[in-house]
Design a protein around this ligand. Structure first.
Ligand SMILES: *Cc1c(COP(=O)(O)O)cnc(C)c1O
Length: 383
């Protein structure tokens, strides 16, 4: 089946009521037929639902869809995107291991390293995602994971996933990709050799700014290593959120088509304006990552970042003169959202860390929504 069909037709078994649309299984636990049934389930001799921290049919449907769309064997859904990232690290890394991470990743991801991995004796180094020659020198005998984000938040750096996975194979490292900005509709890391694809489902997967969620997609072998953390530490996705996200996936393809079309038009318009010094959008031929982006992505996505010649002041003025766009920390919504990373999502980083992640004080991030593109452009007051 094609992507659009899988997004709609992947379903768990129907109940005796023959419902067409999957119900929300709002139940914390499940009942057993008798003592033997209960024993067999707890002993893993039979499959079945026990408790919703472990498994739940609404959650399972979302997981099956995500696995199908990412072309992976299996998926674990989590309560948020950060829970997916944390569960992956907590399950696959142990004291003495070394983690290599792109220096251009989501703000909270850095905090996991500094606040938790460090105190558990896990080492980490940041690499420049755009300089693969440097990667080699950072690999240690204990390096276990390479963690990347492409396109990155908020700089929209593009990393060659095929080259990264070849690099990881060569060094016997697992490649973990945060695929949040691209969604499985635009990019499927596992098909070019990545081992794990991670999502914040809060963004485009929900796509309407309603619920939080996350997903980890990988081989059965890797999922089996992460599942006990989910089951015992408990960052499980709620059945209601899973139901919302599963419904959202049915329209992911058509939503992404329009996000991409609107964003491309806005990016081209910004590039034509004298007030703008730099426009970062993966499918603009002027971008450094363009050749790689067109190779590994179906379209450029809905995110743009740009720099006003007037710097911080012009940026603040632009944000405060908006009439329609939302000033919000989220992204991947039907509504266009404008943010200023240096004063919000990345404010906890030091200026040096921000600079290393490619975030200048005047950088504006735009999550281009599904409003009419003319209205979006009309609301961008550049001077
Ligand atoms: C938002 C985001 C996350 C974290 O997801 P939450 O659902 O907010 O926990 C991780 N990576 C990227 C790229 C994000 O944009």
């Amino acid at each position: 089946m094609k992507f659009e069909t899988k997004a709609i037709r992947t379903q768990t078994d129907r109940s005796q009521h023959h419902e067409h649309s999957t119900p929300i299984f709002a139940t914390s636990s499940f009942v057993f037929d008798d003592a033997e049934h209960m024993r067999a389930l707890f002993a893993n001799e039979e499959t079945g639902n026990i408790y919703s921290r472990f498994t739940n049919p609404s959650v399972r449907e979302f997981e099956l869809k995500m696995a199908a769309l990412e072309e992976g064997e299996n998926c674990i859904a989590t309560s948020t995107g950060m829970a997916a990232i944390f569960a992956t690290f907590a399950s696959l890394l142990k004291s003495g291991d070394h983690l290599l991470m792109s220096r251009a990743v989501f703000g909270s991801t850095f905090k996991i390293n500094d606040d938790y991995l460090a105190k558990w004796g896990i080492e980490y180094d940041y690499l420049n995602p755009l300089d693969m020659h440097q990667w080699e020198s950072l690999v240690k005998p204990t390096t276990r994971l390479l963690y990347l984000e492409t396109p990155s938040n908020p700089g929209l750096d593009i990393i060659d996933l095929k080259a990264a996975s070849d690099f990881c194979r060569q060094h016997d490292i697992l490649l973990v990709v945060d695929n949040c900005f691209a969604t499985p509709y635009l990019q499927r890391p596992l098909t070019v050799g990545a081992d794990i694809s991670i999502h914040s489902a809060t963004k485009y997967i929900d796509g309407q700014g309603r619920v939080m969620g996350g997903a980890i997609i990988a081989s059965n072998e890797i999922i089996e290593q992460i599942y006990p953390f989910m089951k015992n530490a408990g960052p499980s996705l709620s059945p209601f959120n899973a139901w919302v996200l599963s419904k959202s996936l049915e329209t992911l393809a058509i939503r992404m088509d329009r996000h991409c079309e609107n964003a491309r038009k806005v990016a081209q318009w910004l590039e034509s304006r004298p007030e703008v010094s730099v426009v970062k959008y993966p499918f603009l031929p002027s971008n450094a990552g363009y050749e790689t982006a067109i190779k590994q992505m179906k379209a450029g996505g809905g995110m743009i970042s740009f720099e006003l010649k007037g710097g911080l002041q012009a940026g603040v003025k632009m944000i405060d003169s908006r009439q329609m766009m939302s000033l919000s920390a989220n992204l991947g919504d039907t509504r266009t959202i404008i943010t200023h990373p240096a004063s919000s999502t990345h404010s906890k980083l030091t200026p040096e860390q921000r600079h290393a992640a490619g975030i200048s004080d005047g950088l504006i991030r735009l999550s281009v929504g599904l409003e009419h593109v003319t209205d979006i452009i009309d609301d961008l007051h550049l001077s």
